[in-house]
Ligand binder design. Structure first.
Ligand code: HQG
Length: 181
């Protein structure tokens, strides 16, 4: 399958498994799962036919491993990034001492004031290393990388969770835990 088709399917999945399932008449369960057959027939009905083989390919090769099948292979969900309300059911996990967040210069003043907020998503997304945070930030132009004192946050009772593809999630990061460049 060529790269363009892979990206096209991945974007379609992001749209409907994270943000707008109702647009194609599917419903995610409370943990974000949807039946694969239901997804494929809904996609076909809405003018975007995808085969099971294509779906498996996208799940397997996706650059950030954004999607996963359950153990039976009958259901699929996005690992993170939802704007619809889901409970990803991930265990609270002790974070590494430092985590990173890539953002854009235009958000820095508000972040200094309010800290990191979830904005439209279900959680604030943090990266385990600076290089990943730079990539996240560069989606919006020149990246600005903030360092999060995760050790102190955890000691103060903030709960961290990590997705199977290595994205750290937290409800918010108050400004006192942030270091700005
Ligand atoms: C910023 C992609 C003003 C925040 C990426 C970010 C990631 C604030 C933007 C994943 C703020 C939200 C998530 C505040 C935070 N005031 N701006 N108080 N607090 N912001 O896209 O972290 O390709 O929802 O810095 O790689 O950029 O979709 O979050 O710039 O892993 O799999 O508000 O999305 O992954 O933007 O990206 P987003 P994000 P996927």
């Amino acid at each position: 399958m060529d790269e363009r088709r892979t990206v096209e399917i991945s974007k379609y999945l992001a749209r409907h498994l994270r943000h707008r399932p109702e647009d194609i008449g599917i419903t995610l369960d409370r943990h974000g799962w949807v039946d694969v057959d239901e997804l494929l027939s809904a996609a076909a009905r809405h003018g975007f036919p995808v085969t099971r083989a294509e779906l498996e390919h996208v799940v397997a090769v996706n650059d950030k491993r954004r999607y996963a099948f359950d153990d039976t292979g009958r259901r699929i969900r996005a690992h993170q990034g939802h704007s619809v309300d889901v409970d990803l059911d991930l265990p609270v996990t002790p974070p590494p001492p430092r985590l990173y967040h890539g953002t854009a210069p235009r958000f820095v003043a508000a972040i200094r004031r309010d800290g990191l907020r979830r904005m439209r998503r279900h959680a604030v997304h943090l990266s385990p290393d600076r290089a990943t945070a730079e990539r996240v930030g560069s989606r919006r132009g020149r990246p600005v990388v903030l360092v999060v004192d995760a050790a102190r946050m955890a000691a103060d009772g903030h709960e961290f969770r990590v997705t199977p593809n290595g994205v750290w999630l937290v409800d918010a990061v108050p400004p006192e835990y942030l270091t700005f460049p």
